[in-house]
Design a protein around this ligand. Structure first.
Ligand code: MTE
Ligand code: MO
Length: 312
C-alpha cells in the first residue's frame, strides 16, 4: 500500500546512511521511539518528479491506511475563494498563478524574512507523509502529502521568547477569486506556537509525489493532522508570529461553531451535527471518529489541564 506507483520508486533504493541518521535525529527531537516507529515501515525514496526537488523520503509518521484516490483528493475540495461547491476549486483554481510566489515570515522573530517559494521548498528534505484528513463536515480522506515540518521553517527566523502563536494568511486575489463575502478574505488560520513546532505539523508542497494542484492549496499549505481540515490554510503568503491568539476565518464567521483549537473530537459535536462518526470518501458506511483524529498518543499532552469542551 505504501508503494502506490511502483514506477515512481528508484530501482536501486536503499536508505542512504545520512537519511537514516537524519530520521533518527528527527525521532529523537520528536521524543518518539525510533524502535517503535522507524522499524515499522520501510524507508523508501520516491524518485524526484518534474516539479519537486528530490529525493523524497518516506516518513515513518505515515498511516498505513488505504490511500484515497488522487482523483477524489483533487476533485472533492474546499477552497471557498474559488466557490463553495466541492467541484468548484478544481474547475476554477487553475486561474491562480503560483509563480512567482513569496511567503513573508515576520512578527515576533529575530530574523524576519521573505522567502521565494522555490527557496522554501529546498529548505528542508522533502518527505512523503500519509495523513488522515478529517473535515468538520464529517468526511475524511487519507492523503499522501509531500512536505517538510513547519518547525524547519520557523527555526530559520528565530522565534522570540515572547512569540506564543502563529498566524497564517492566504492569498486573496479578487481578479481570480470570489468577490462574494462568504468569509472575511483573506482566509486566516492560527496555531499555538507549540502546535506549530510539533513534528507532525507539516507544510505541504506536494501530493502523490508531485507538486500540489492549485485546488489543494499550491504552492504551500498547512497540514495539521489532529485538527479539522479547515485549519489547513491553502496558498499561504504570510506567516506572522504573535503574542496574541490570532483571529481565524472560520472563528470570525461563526464563533459558536468553529473554535480556535478545532482539535478533532468525537465527544464535542458541532452545534448542528454530530462529530462522533465520519464517512471516509469512497466508503458507504461511516466509521467512528478517533480523538485527535487518531494522533492522541503524539499530541494529547499539548492540552494537559485544558477543558477541550470549552476550548473546542
Ligand atoms: N484558503 C483556504 N484554505 C482552506 C479552505 C478554504 O476555503 N480556503 N478550506 C479548508 C477546509 S474546510 C478543508 S476541509 C481543507 C480541504 O483541503 P483539500 O481540499 O485539499 O482536501 O482545506 C482548508 N483550507
Ligand atoms: Mo473542512
Amino acid at each position: 500500500m505504501l508503494i502506490k506507483r511502483p514506477d515512481d520508486i528508484l530501482p536501486s533504493e536503499i536508505t542512504p546512511p545520512e537519511v537514516y541518521a537524519d530520521r533518527r535525529r528527527f525521532l529523537q527531537v520528536a521524543g518518539l521511539s525510533a524502535a517503535g516507529l522507524a522499524l515499522s515501515q520501510p524507508t523508501r525514496l520516491l524518485a524526484a518528479q518534474s516539479g519537486l526537488p528530490g529525493p523524497i523520503a518516506k516518513s515513518p509518521l505515515s498511516t498505513a491506511e488505504e490511500l484515497t484516490p488522487r482523483k477524489d483528493i483533487t476533485s472533492y475540495c474546499n477552497f471557498y475563494e474559488f466557490g463553495t461547491d466541492k467541484s468548484d476549486p478544481a474547475a476554477n483554481a487553475g486561474r491562480m498563478q503560483t509563480r512567482p510566489w513569496t511567503v513573508k515570515v515576520d512578527g515576533l522573530v529575530g530574523k524576519p524574512k521573505t522567502f521565494d517559494i522555490d527557496e522554501l521548498i529546498k529548505l528542508a528534505p522533502l518527505e512523503e507523509r500519509i495523513y488522515r484528513l478529517r473535515c468538520v463536515e464529517a468526511w475524511s480522506m487519507v492523503v499522501p502529502w509531500v512536505g517538510f515540518p513547519l518547525s524547519a521553517l520557523l527555526k530559520q527566523v528565530d522565534p522570540l521568547g515572547s512569540a506564543k502563536y502563529v498566524e497564517f494568511t492566504t492569498l486573496y486575489d479578487p481578479k481570480v477569486m470570489s468577490r462574494l463575502p462568504v468569509l472575511n478574505w483573506p482566509y486566516k488560520e492560527g496555531l499555538r506556537l507549540d502546535e506549530a513546532m510539533h513534528p507532525l505539523t507539516l507544510m505541504a508542497v506536494g501530493l502523490y509525489g508531485d507538486v500540489l494542484p492549485n485546488q489543494n492549496g499550491a504552492p504551500l499549505r498547512l497540514v495539521v493532522p489532529w485538527k479539522y481540515g479547515f485549519k489547513s490554510a491553502k496558498s499561504i503568503v504570510h506567516i506572522r508570529l504573535t503574542d496574541k491568539q490570532p483571529n481565524t476565518a472560520w472563528n470570525d464567521a461563526a464563533p459558536s461553531e468553529y473554535g480556535f483549537y478545532s482539535n478533532v473530537n468525537p465527544d464535542v459535536n458541532h452545534p448542528r451535527w454530530s462529530q462522533a462518526k465520519e464517512r471516509r470518501i469512497g466508503d458507504f458506511l461511516k466509521r467512528p471518529t478517533l480523538p485527535f483524529n487518531g494522533y492522541a498518543d503524539q499530541v494529547a499532552s499539548l492540552y494537559t489541564g485544558m477543558d477541550l469542551k470549552k476550548n473546542f
